[in-house]
Design a protein. Structure first.
Length: 129
């Protein structure tokens, strides 16, 4: 189902670049929405933000098939789960600038390690040429 982050829309709050859905890092789109298929997680997420789960659900339909979209909306790694050295190694396999930007934003939201951000920026510069 498609869910809208409670920080999206009107107001001063900005939704994060990604959310942790039961241990899986899921990218939040520019419109503040993301895909989730875990009802129990949605219940907890809504309770943590003091809203009803139904108020967050935008669409009950699942995501389109992978061949219909450029990306799955899921980041390949969660920077928070890696040391900077491991992160440097992992990002060398990522050739998509949008994914690297999302990882950079997620790192900034999570641990905000300067060396990790520098590594992601460096890889992004390599990818963008």
């Amino acid at each position: 189902m498609r869910v809208k982050h409670p920080y999206a829309g009107d107001g001063d709050c900005v939704p994060p670049a990604a959310v942790d859905v039961a241990g899986e890092t899921v990218a939040v789109d520019d419109d503040g929405t993301f895909e989730v298929d875990n009802e129990a997680w949605l219940q907890q997420f809504a309770a943590a933000h003091d809203v009803a789960p139904d108020d967050l659900v935008v669409s009950q339909e699942g995501p389109p098939p992978d061949d219909e979209v450029a990306g799955s909306g899921t980041l390949p790694i969660n920077p928070e789960s890696h040391t900077v050295d491991d992160l440097r190694e992992e990002i060398q396999t990522i050739d998509d600038a949008e994914t690297l930007r999302a990882l950079r934003n997620l790192e900034a939201d999570q641990k905000n390690r300067e060396t990790a951000l520098d590594a992601i920026e460096s890889r992004l510069a390599d990818v963008e040429g």
